[in-house]
Ligand binder design. Structure first.
Ligand code: AMP
Length: 392
């Protein structure tokens, strides 16, 4: 495990913290401040330790001068002030005299936020392209670099890898530490270890399946991706989602791991991708050419629950049906509730299953919700995350 901020002396030092303040904004208003709230632990700790604090973050994608208008971090500075109950100095620049002057003026316990790091992408993608000069410049402003932005850890940007490579002391913040502690449990999983996979495309999950199949005791497959597996097994799947390019991968997996890979035994089908067309439940060998399966069926929920009842650790990526439609969210919700009401350590990773857990109001009863999106997926695929590797 990389060193955490609490393992490093930061008293009276200048720390530059890469946060994830990538919040949804509408007309300059923050629609959801969760990411800012989650960053507070590391920032408050630095304040308490009397460090001089420089904060960096990206916000959305910035390709043109026009994009800058609604991508400023100014509203984040205001929100931070409220949450910290202290002044946050906002600098409308990412480098230059103004930045250096404000950094020099910082006193212990004071907080400074620089403008959106991606403003540096307009001329030559300096941030996203990890421009050496930019990383070295940001590093020159501080004594210690703290990376606390897990969501961008799978990318080598100037504001993570660039700074870490140009500064003597670097570490992770509390948010990344929590993510790594939970995700590292998957490397030496408590047994039985059950993986639940859903979502739309098999193609997006191949890396995860390959990396996890040997460690998992069972892989329960639902969602759109189950139909490609079912088709590979010779079932009629009608108009259900099929990722034809990956049929042979599915066949290879079910042949090699027949006891491990568990597919639905029944599904909810309808005629169109809609919440409003009539639905029926059918056993998996009863589908017609015009059926479209949009959720796992009642018997499958029971089969899955049965595998889960003795589980010690569960990893879940991707919903088991079209959870955005009222009629097709039951499978996902029932399994989510079963896990939330149990003592099983459940780790949810990837955007859609996290959103489903929030919609079902069970998020706070789940052991760990990994919010890293792409970074979580790459971790689950067994890939190294450059933003974390670069920490010394
Ligand atoms: P992913 O990003 O691969 O995790 O996919 C998430 C999406 O899969 C969600 O938007 C779900 O609506 C969709 N999904 C889940 N089950 C099905 C299904 N049976 N047919 C079509 N889409 C599905």
């Amino acid at each position: 495990m990389k060193k955490c901020i609490k393992d490093i002396k930061i008293k009276n030092k200048t720390v530059i913290i890469r946060c994830d303040f990538n919040v949804p904004l509408k007309n300059g208003k923050i629609m959801d401040n969760t990411r800012i709230v989650k960053s507070l632990e590391t920032i408050k700790y630095s304040i308490k330790e009397n460090a001089k604090i420089i904060l960096l973050s990206h916000l959305g994608r910035v390709k043109t001068e026009e994009d800058k208008k609604d991508k400023s971090l100014k509203p984040v500075a205001k929100e931070l002030e409220k949450l910290l109950n202290q002044k946050v100095v906002f600098v409308e620049a990412t480098r230059g005299d103004q930045v250096e002057e404000k950094v020099r003026a910082l006193k212990p316990g004071e907080v400074l936020l620089l403008e959106n790091t991606r403003f540096e992408d307009i001329e030559g993608k300096c941030e996203s392209g990890n421009d050496q000069e930019l990383g070295a410049y940001w590093a020159s402003l501080a004594d210690v670099f703290v990376n606390d932005a897990f969501g961008t850890a799978h990318r080598a940007h100037a504001s993570n890898v660039g700074i870490a490579s140009n500064i003597k002391i670097s570490c992770i913040g509390f948010l990344i530490e929590k993510e790594l502690i939970a995700l590292e449990e998957l490397n030496r999983p408590d047994k039985p270890f059950i993986v639940i996979l859903g979502g739309s495309k098999v193609g997006d999950k191949i890396g995860v399946i390959e990396n996890i199949v040997e460690k998992a005791d069972k892989i329960l497959i639902g969602g759109g991706m189950a139909f490609t597996f079912l088709k590979a097994e010779g079932y009629e799947i009608g108009n259900s989602l099929c990722d034809s390019e990956h049929l042979s991968f599915c066949e290879k997996m079910t042949t090699k791991y027949p006891e491990k890979i568990i597919l639905p035994v029944d599904v909810k089908v309808t005629s169109e991708f809609s919440n409003d067309t009539p639905l029926v439940e059918k056993d998996i060998d009863e589908l017609d050419f015009n059926d479209m399966g949009l959720d796992i069926g009642t018997n499958t929920v029971e089969v899955f629950k049965n595998y889960l009842k003795d589980a010690a650790l569960v990893l879940w990526n991707g919903p088991l049906g079209v959870y955005e439609f009222e009629n097709y969210k039951q499978g996902t919700d029932q399994i989510l509730n079963t896990l939330a009401d149990s003592k099983i350590k459940t780790i949810l990773g990837g955007g859609d299953i996290v959103a489903a857990a929030q919609n079902a109001n069970v998020a706070d009863k789940i052991y760990h919700i990994s919010t890293g999106g792409g970074a979580t997926l790459e971790y689950l695929e067994g890939k190294a995350l450059p933003g974390i590797e670069a920490i010394k």
